[in-house]
Structures are given as C-alpha cells and as structure tokens.
Design a binder for this molecule. Sequence first.
Ligand code: HQG
Length: 188
Amino acid sequence: MNTDDKRLDEISKYLSYVLRHEPQAIDLCLDTEGWASIDSLIAGAAKNGRHLDRTTIQAVVANNDKKRFAISDDGQRIRAVQGHSTTAVRRKHAEEEPPEVLYHGTATRFLESIREQGLKAGSRHHVHLSQDIPTAIAVGQRYGKSAVLEIQARRMHQQGFKFFLAENGVWLTDAVPAEFLGTLKLSF
Ligand code: HQG
C-alpha cells in the first residue's frame, strides 16, 4: 500500500467507526437509514482534532474496496451501507431470495460455539454472509485462523427466514440456526 492508500484506508476505518458504531463520539446525528450530513461529519471530526474535507471523503467513498459507504444523490449526505451496530440506525434493506448457499467467514476458535448456538448477529444488526468463498476467508481472517461455513440459504428462505442484500453485495439475515450450517470448510 502506498502512503496515499494508507491514508485513505485509515480514514475509511474512522468513517466506519462514526457512521456504523459511535456517531455520538463526534455528536453526529444519523437518521434511521444511516444518513449523516457531510458538513456535520467534517465539523464533528474537526472538533476531535481530525481534519477531513469533502475531496478526501469523496476519494474514500469512491476507492473503497468493499463499497462500504455511499454519498446521497444531492452530494450532501454520507452513510455506511451496512455493518451498523448503533441503535440510531435501522436500515430497511432490500429483501431478496438468496442463492442456494451463502458463506460465512469466521475464526476457528468460534466454531464450537457456532455449532451449538448457530450464527448470531452479536453487536451488529445482522449476520453477514458472502456469496463467494474468498470473501468469506478474508472476513474470517480478521479474527484469527479463518474457517468458512456454508449456509443452506435457499432452504432457510423456503422456511420463512428473510434475507436482505445490501447495495455492496453483502447478504444479511437476522440469525442462522445451527441446522442450516452445512459442510465446514476449514483452515485456510
Ligand atoms: C462470530 C466486515 C461465537 C462471527 C466483514 C464473527 C463483514 C459467533 C463474530 C462484516 C457466533 C462477529 C461483518 C456464535 C457469530 N458464537 N461466535 N454463536 N455467531 N459469531 O465483525 O461477520 O470490512 O460482528 O462468526 O467483511 O465477522 O467492516 O461480524 O466472527 O462483512 O466492511 O462473531 O464486517 O466488513 O464479528 O463481519 P463481526 P463479521 P467491513
């Protein structure tokens, strides 16, 4: 990563922090769909000693590898597309029929508990699922040695469980009972 990419990556992490988890840290107001005023974001960050400007924010949004953020059509507001834990936000994601299987990347040390309890959303609003295995491997690696679980998504859907597709391609569901966890693909 060059210096510029590193800087944008660091700002992306900061935006995730305030737009997904702790808007109150900079007195930022998010609506239930997650939108915040860009001017207020810049002002709030400045009060906390962090300089942000519109050009940099636009660069972070445009270059973000996972398209984590979106800017409103009028250019005045920004939001995180998914991954929230703040109770200020309650996004209405598009409900979709999932593919036959989806994948969840986790760390091997969580497997025993997941086998017992199924997948839980934890502090976030949903369990996050990927359509492909490489993405799931990368997600799991954030917490240690990665393991990938195969989710019988279509079967869950047929039994009435709801699935949502975020604008950036991340699949979301409220929880995955253990009976829908298929073959474990271990140790990447
Ligand atoms: C685990 C990133 C024990 C779960 C990623 C995960 C994703 C359990 C951790 C997005 C469990 C929660 C979300 C149970 C679930 N017992 N552990 N019953 N049920 N877990 O970060 O899915 O880069 O809240 O497997 O790419 O890892 O930030 O969820 O390991 O899309 O944009 O509990 O965050 O996106 O961790 O990641 P997280 P996640 P960004």
